[in-house]
Design a protein around this ligand. Structure first.
Ligand code: GUN
Length: 282
């Protein structure tokens, strides 16, 4: 058997088209564009690329972007002051502070100052708590994208055995909660799990977000499973995921490629979060 490839680029393109329609209708109704403020502190190479991609994506869908590039020497209180200003700025619907922050800043303290209604990344404790309680909230973008990727296969989440490898606050934990909310039976594996294969072989849906190249091989996957590879690892000049694509794709029913799977969906879901944030205020 050879797995079908889940095309994250194409799905992201379709979601962006929907967002563009909603953003344009919003502009007509309100006489202003939806807006995202993006704050980058310092000049981390990868962060610069991520921020540029996010701003370009906003431009593509007619969402206004406000870019704040601050020197690494910026104090925590100056950054918090800027966040407060943006919280009170009606032209800003979403605020995103690109991570990592320079070492002299306390990430949790800084993020906690973002208004819960403008938390474009869905990283705030209150939004994470609302996700756990099943309340409406702005949710982390990558797990939202993963749910859409799984839905695009037509395979049911309801009643599925879902296994998540990785327990980060921005992928592993929220995707486990979202799968649970969709009535899957969810198992979480992590670096202290003694035998991953014991669990992964029973997974109808397998989400791999460990950041370990080649962690999952074909012999660890159930025939016909939906495999979502969240990994982004360097492989010489290329990028590869956490799954050994050649062997896993021989066994799985569906698989996301790296690149071109989860990555493009993260930005598409960020744009959806801005729509969600803006519509709350309409
Ligand atoms: N740094 C790496 N990924 C992300 C992300 O999704 N959001 C933010 N704010 N920073 C990041």
């Amino acid at each position: 058997m050879s797995a079908r490839i889940i095309d994250g680029k194409q799905l992201a393109h379709e979601i962006k088209s929907q967002v563009r329609s909603e953003a344009e209708a919003y502009l007509i109704r309100n006489g202003r564009r939806m807006g995202l403020a993006v704050i980058l502190v310092g000049d981390d190479f990868a962060s610069n690329i991520y921020v540029r991609n996010k701003i370009n994506a906003c431009n593509e869908v007619n969402i206004r972007s406000f870019s704040f590039r601050l020197p690494a020497s910026t104090s925590e209180s100056e950054l918090i002051e800027l966040i407060h200003r943006l919280n009170n700025d009606e032209s800003v619907d979403g605020i995103l502070v690109q991570l990592p922050l320079p070492p002299h800043m306390r990430q949790n303290v800084v993020l906690s100052h973002i208004s819960v209604y403008k938390d474009a990344d869905g990283f705030l404790a209150e939004n994470a708590g609302n996700l756990m309680l099943g309340n409406p909230s702005l949710n982390a973008c990558t797990p939202c994208g993963i749910i859409e990727l799984i839905r695009s296969t037509g395979r049911p989440i309801d009643g599925a055995n879902a296994v998540v490898i990785g327990r980060s606050n921005i992928v592993g934990k929220p995707i486990a909660l979202m799968l649970l909310e969709n009535h899957a039976t969810v198992t979480m594996c992590h670096s202290h799990t003694t035998d991953y294969a014991d669990f992964t072989r029973r997974a109808d849906i397998l989400v791999v977000a460990a950041g370990v190249k080649g962690l999952v091989t074909g012999d660890m996957v159930k025939e016909g499973a939906v495999v979502i590879d969240v990994g982004m690892n360097r492989d010489g000049k290329n990028i590869c995921g956490d799954c050994d694509f050649d062997s896993v794709s021989k066994v799985a029913g569906y698989i996301t490629p790296v690149p071109g799977g989860v990555g493009p969906m993260t930005i598409a879901m960020l744009l959806k979060n801005i729509v969600k944030a803006a519509l709350r205020l309409e």
